[in-house]
Ligand binder design. Sequence first.
Ligand code: KE4
Length: 422
Amino acid sequence: MNKSHELFSKAKKLIPGGVNSPVRAFRSVGGTPFFTKKASGCRLTTADDKELIDYVCTWGPAIHGHDHPKIREAIGDALSHGTSFGTPGPAEVEMAELLVEVVPSVEKVRMCNSGTEATMSAIRLARGYTGKDKIIKFAGCYHGHVDSLLVKAGSGALTLGNPDSAGIPKSLAEETVVLPFNDTKAVEQAFKSQPNQIAAIIVEPFPANCGLILPLPGYLESLRRICTENNAILIFDEVMTGFRLGIGGVQELTQVIPDLTAMGKIIGGGLPVGAFGGKSEIMDQLAPLGPVYQAGTLSGNPLAMAAGIASLKMLRDDAPYKHLENTGQQLANGLREIAHDKGVPLQVPQIGSMYCLFFSEEKVNNYEQALSCNHESFNSVFHKMIEQGVYLPPSSYETCFISTKHTDHEVNHTLEAFSHSL
Ligand code: KE4
């Protein structure tokens, strides 16, 4: 038995499913998950010393690749002053200044420890600010494991076939209105039928947790208009897209400015960080100023701030987005060409350093269409690619990420492996 198998059988006796986050268990693609013992650049090294080109990038944070010297150095410097103070610290001010500078919607920001905390806090704040209870989300979007939002959720929930988690009281789930993405009429109808009850819309502006689905022209603008018309809060969940598609995220790309933004992943540089921010008038409703409570022992942790600040400054100063877009296009075009030449129906939506593989004749514009893709084809390709040293996300409901460390060499190897996997 190899080391990953050994570790997994031990882990399963101690940790539910042997993993600390469900999607890592390979349940939808089958087989035994490999264990990683180290990561550097765009590669992981497994417990069995197999090197894999990594298109998961620890689910987004590793946009500079793994173990980037500037991030390692920043953590090391911070470490020499201690690990956690439980008081305000200078690094939190520097992080807040950076986020206010680069994210268009953010006038004030609060740090927390995960994307889930960020979205959970943002919807509580929206409810507290508006005095309304209902929240609109979209089928297939995933906003972390927040009780109110684990309704028709994507990512691991969808992967495991339980998009509506057990343990969520019916009374709470009823406050969540789930609509199809890319359907403006459905949103207008929801506000019309529930006047003055809807506190907020929360949306992944480019949904990436049921594969990658891009908004139809004008759709995000319509969400902005409808929220404004109905005194509802528009929340962009940019935990995934933030800082990845441009330093200011989708809101900078599209100039559709939400009232609140949830952030995470990249701003932790690989350490646990989340944040939510927006208009001062709304943010000032948070304790200790206002009546909406939110807190966290390790929020603004100095090590995590150091890693996140280093990551953000490299993005702000080096602006690697053209390079990431070029690599993304090179990969996506190559994958489409290979599938076409082999007569395999494949859609490869791509934007910047994000892309996914939908084995489908049709373009995928929403959750229902994502569900009807050929998942067996994806699973077969997933395993054949791993055998050839390429690690795609272990679910056809996830999105692939490219880092600044993926070069032509890795792209060519990936396309070669894909061609041998069909
Ligand atoms: P975390 O609580 O996992 O830091 O963030 C939750 C979250 C919120 N919003 C969006 C748009 C997200 O994509 C996520 C988390 N993403 C998944 C991957 N699709 C994390 C992987 C996992 O659950 O292990």
